[in-house]
Design a protein around this ligand. Structure first.
Ligand code: NAD
Length: 267
């Protein structure tokens, strides 16, 4: 990805695995210094930071639960103390706690909303505060700051048995757009990336056997399950000045999952 993010400081939440891990790595490859937030997988986060440093980049692993305000405050404090400022937030941390409505506990409803939506709110709030404190630095980036919210195709596609998750992602869409509207005059860009089915731990059951994968592929016109790199490369571009005129939009990275493939032979 060359030089797209040279001189920029990025913070990626939930970056000890999956999509966040891939984005942190790709942003480091593109020249950014990266704060790798993790919740429980300390070793994986430290190893990624070490890999980036060994390759000549800058990285630090930082523990925090994004749903807790005091931990988010500490996370941003440590990241900014270490790198001097912040240019890019990737709000990626997310969980699923699936059950049909009748069996879904209030605790599991709340937990998914608190991590997936509340966590993005807390991190976006802290990131915007830092962007405004520091102001524009045109030699580093045309934008005063960039936020990428990791959403899902389930910000639009209903998902039975996952109403807490779908509600959190639908909420991210309007939070992202409303915030983009609120801060665009400061030249802060706020966008979302909505992945389809990407091969990570969160959906292992959907691809780990060939029977499950065949069933999943019926939903993906492009005919393959997505890989973390498919999302990571787009995140680097969206955070870079190459995408400077883009704000308030959602980029679907889904091999056509949003094209309602079930309708193809039913015209
Ligand atoms: P993953 O389980 O590998 O990643 C989720 C990460 O979030 C983990 O590293 C986990 O430790 C972290 N996390 C969980 N709770 C946290 C908390 N309270 N504080 C900080 N970190 C926390 O799965 P993934 O697929 O890489 O998911 C990343 C994001 O992508 C999620 O928001 C998910 O909803 C979204 N997404 C994934 C897919 C997919 O197909 N894999 C599709 C659409 C959206």
């Amino acid at each position: 990805m060359g030089e797209l993010l040279v001189g920029q400081k990025a913070l990626v939440t939930g970056a000890s695995s999956g999509i966040g891990y891939g984005i942190a790595r790709a942003m480091a490859d593109a020249g950014a210094a990266v704060a790798i937030n993790y919740h429980s997988e300390r070793d994986e986060a430290e190893e990624l930071a070490e890999t980036i440093r060994t390759a000549g980049g800058e990285a630090i692993a930082l523990k925090a639960d994004v749903s807790k305000e005091e931990e988010v405050e500490r996370l941003f404090g440590q990241s900014i103390a270490n790198f001097g400022t912040l240019d890019i937030l990737v709000a990626n941390a997310g969980i699923q706690k699936d059950a049909p409505l009748a069996e879904m506990s209030l605790a599991d409803w709340r937990k998914v909303l608190e991590v997936n939506l509340g966590g993005q709110f807390l991190c976006a709030k802290r990131a915007v505060a830092e962007f405004l404190r520091r102001g524009s630095v045109p030699e580093v980036s045309r934008a005063t700051g960039k936020i990428i919210c990791i959403s899902s195709v389930h910000d639009v596609i209903p998902w039975a048995g996952h109403i807490n998750y779908a509600a959190s992602k639908g909420g991210i869409q309007m939070m992202m757009k409303s915030l983009a509207q609120e801060v665009a005059h400061h030249r802060i860009r706020v966008n979302a990336i909505a992945p389809g089915a990407i091969r990570t731990a969160i959906n292992r059951a959907a691809w780990s056997t060939s029977k499950a994968e065949q069933k999943l592929l019926k939903l993906i016109p492009y005919g393959r399950v997505g890989e973390v790199e498919d999302v990571a490369k787009a995140a680097v571009w969206l955070a870079s000045d190459e995408a400077d005129y883009i704000t308030g939009t959602t980029l679907y990275i889904d091999g056509g999952m949003m094209l309602y493939p079930g309708f193809r032979d039913n015209g």
